[in-house]
Design a protein around this ligand. Structure first.
Ligand code: GUN
Ligand code: ZN
Length: 447
């Protein structure tokens, strides 16, 4: 169970400075080119320079020239929505009615739920994602299947049965007391078992009555340590409807605050249409926003204001939001996140994006003792990458490394930024979860 993996190690031991980059020596960045990462009993035990291989009791896996990162953390994604990814042409509310709700109904069947959970988690692993905050469906069995599949794989999963007792079609609604009983049973069975944690999962304010939101708040108050996940202020029609349904609330976010749903373990997806008071409330409560750029672009939802989040002092993580999002790849997510911020007039660094997809997400979830970095003591949740896939990216990487005559070698940030913009799951060579192999690329064509 002891092995050492030789590669270029890239992670963070603190948050990088917002909006400032130079390269090696940047705040928070931990860059250890050509090092052995030592893994013992599923945990990271340390690192050694590539020239100082550990002793004979270590299995040596020499992948020099490849890039090793912590496994990515996707803080908002929907298990049943692989069925509807890339569905043509509508905004959020119409997309939910037309594609998503019909697909989610299938997950009342235990066999569909089990197969869907297996496909979904294996797909995450095949994108280098080893931890996730996940929506299954309203059906208790879909949450059961997801927790069981995550336990089997040893993955860090945060999930919970979706609560929705109105404004959803037949076969997708629960009721307050039935949902309470299902949540209680799931919490007893799964919260803290293996690497699973339970999240009280309010789909969004539109699909829960006041009574159900109050019940969700009671669950959180009665069970310290639970997470809460939901959507907020994603789409302008949605925000308008929430205003009509909850005229007593100051804002969409205030609906959740009034029901005791905001705290340090609350993950709210999107948060595009928030105001300054909302952002102050997020900062004060410790809740954070999962920024979902591919989804926000695909569904035409809007441009998340990361700078305003930084100014207000609340955390931001990155998420795919598949099937509203168009890829499980966190590189694609980071790349689209960069472009969304450019449209807002803000240039984020590769360090900011990578941190938000790893250590920053772990910190926002209170899990940085366990995931999101390559420091000693962390779980060996690892992703090993090629620096490029395909001829154009290979050439671009050669430019960054200074191997193209007439062009100067570039700094580390330039190289990693190009990787972030051009890479995706085709670059993934292998994934480990708690030190166990969880994905290995099958080589079809020699590179
Ligand atoms: N709001 C409520 N449900 C959903 C969903 O499934 N996806 C997205 N993107 N937004 C939502
Ligand atoms: Zn979502």
């Amino acid at each position: 169970m002891k092995f050492a993996l030789r590669a270029d190690l890239l992670d963070f031991d603190a948050a990088p400075a917002w909006g400032r980059v130079s390269g090696v020596g940047d705040e928070g960045l931990r860059w250890r080119p050509d090092h052995w990462l030592l893994v013992d009993g599923g945990r990271i035990a340390g690192a050694l320079p590539g020239t100082e291989a550990p002793g004979p009791d270590w299995q040596l896996i020499d992948r020099r020239g490849q890039l090793l990162t912590p496994g990515f953390i996707d803080t908002h994604v929907h298990c049943p929505q692989l069925d509807v990814i890339a569905s043509y042409g509508s905004g959020l509310l119409d997309w939910l009615e037309t594609y998503t709700f019909p697909a989610e109904r299938r997950f009342s069947d235990p066999e569909v739920a089990a197969a869907g959970a297996a496909l979904f988690l294996d797909s995450l692993l095949a994108h280098g994602t080893t931890a996730a905050v996940v929506f299954p469906t309203v059906h208790k069995v879909s949450a059961e299947a997801l927790f069981a599949a995550a336990e089997q794989r040893g993955m860090r999963l945060i999930a919970g049965k979706v609560l929705m007792d109105r404004h959803a079609p037949d076969g997708l609604r629960d009721d307050v007391e039935g949902a309470r009983a299902d949540c209680e049973a799931l919490i007893r069975r799964w919260h803290g078992r293996g690497r699973n944690a339970y999240a009280v999962t309010v789909r969004f304010a539109i699909t829960s009555t006041r009574e159900q939101l109050a019940m969700a708040g009671e669950l959180l108050a009665q069970h310290p340590g639970l997470y809460m996940q939901t959507h907020v202020a994603e789409n302008r029609d949605e925000v308008r409807w929430v205003g009509e349904l909850f005229p007593e609330a100051r804002s969409y976010l205030d609906v959740y605050q009034r029901h005791g749903l905001l705290g340090e373990r609350s993950v709210l997806a999107h948060g595009i249409w928030l105001d300054a008071d909302d952002r102050a409330l997020l900062a004060a409560s410790g809740a954070h926003i999962a920024f979902c750029p591919t989804s926000n672009l695909f569904l035409g939802s809007g441009l998340f204001d990361w700078q305003a989040a930084v100014d207000a002092g609340h955390r931001v993580s990155l998420a795919s939001d598949v099937g509203g999002g168009t890829s499980l790849s966190m590189q694609r997510t980071m790349a689209e996140g960069y472009k969304v911020q450019m449209l807002r007039g803000t240039r984020i660094s590769a360090w900011t994006a990578l941190h938000a997809a790893t250590r920053g997400a772990a910190e926002a979830l209170g899990l940085d003792h366990e995931i999101g970095h390559l420091g000693a003591g962390a779980s060996a949740d690892l992703a090993l990458w090629d620096w490029s896939a395909g001829g154009v990216a290979r050439h671009r990487d050669a430019v960054a490394r200074g191997e193209v005559p007439g062009l100067e070698k570039q700094d580390l940030h330039a190289r990693v930024f190009a990787w972030m913009m051009l890479a995706d799951e085709r670059c993934l060579a292998a994934t480990w979860v708690a030190g166990r192999p969880a994905f290995e690329r099958v080589e079809t064509n020699p590179r």
